[in-house]
Design a protein around this ligand. Structure first.
Ligand code: DAT
Ligand code: MG
Length: 140
């Protein structure tokens, strides 16, 4: 399998608690490399666009308000099977169901405030990377 890239967010609950370094360490220990990273504050419109696939879900408004509540750190991670690998390192969406040692098991506060986002497929990874980064910002 060739090198793959995925998109990652360190979410507001984690930036607020100063956990960026500990989360990046989990990615690096898991075999992924940060090839782009920046700290930003999302607007409500950006959050709604980014999570548009969930717009009909009952938690959509809560999710978007949470995502704009503090700065976030957006990243591109590169490695073998990066999309699946990143999701393993993150753990299940609900921290109560996450495996020991995963980011969400160790750091997430709840199913909503779950510390990290990671792309779920090659198509979404490409879209999400392009939403936040120009090609010049990706330094593999
Ligand atoms: P994931 O982030 O693991 O890909 P998802 O795409 O199903 O999970 O949902 C996106 C985010 O929406 C998730 O990280 C947190 C929030 N969310 C999902 N299900 C939720 C629920 N039942 N209640 C509150 N927030 C939820
Ligand atoms: Mg998802």
């Amino acid at each position: 399998m060739a090198l793959e890239r995925t998109f990652s967010i360190v979410k507001p609950d984690a930036t607020k608690r100063n956990l960026v370094g500990q989360i990046v360490a989990k990615f690096e220990e898991g075999g992924l490399r940060v090839i782009a990273q920046k700290r930003i504050q999302l607007t409500l419109a950006q959050a709604q666009t980014f999570y548009g696939v969930h717009s009909e879900r009952p938690f959509f408004d809560e999710l978007c308000e949470f995502m704009i509540s503090e700065p976030i750190v957006v990243q591109v991670l590169e490695g073998e099977n990066a999309i699946a690998r990143n999701r393993e390192i993150m753990g299940a969406t609900n921290p109560a169901e996450a495996v020991a040692g995963t980011i969400r098991k160790e750091f997430a506060l709840s199913i909503g405030e779950n510390s990290v986002h990671g792309s779920d497929a090659p198509e979404t990874a490409a879209e999400e990377i392009a939403f936040f980064f120009s090609g010049l910002e990706l330094v593999g």
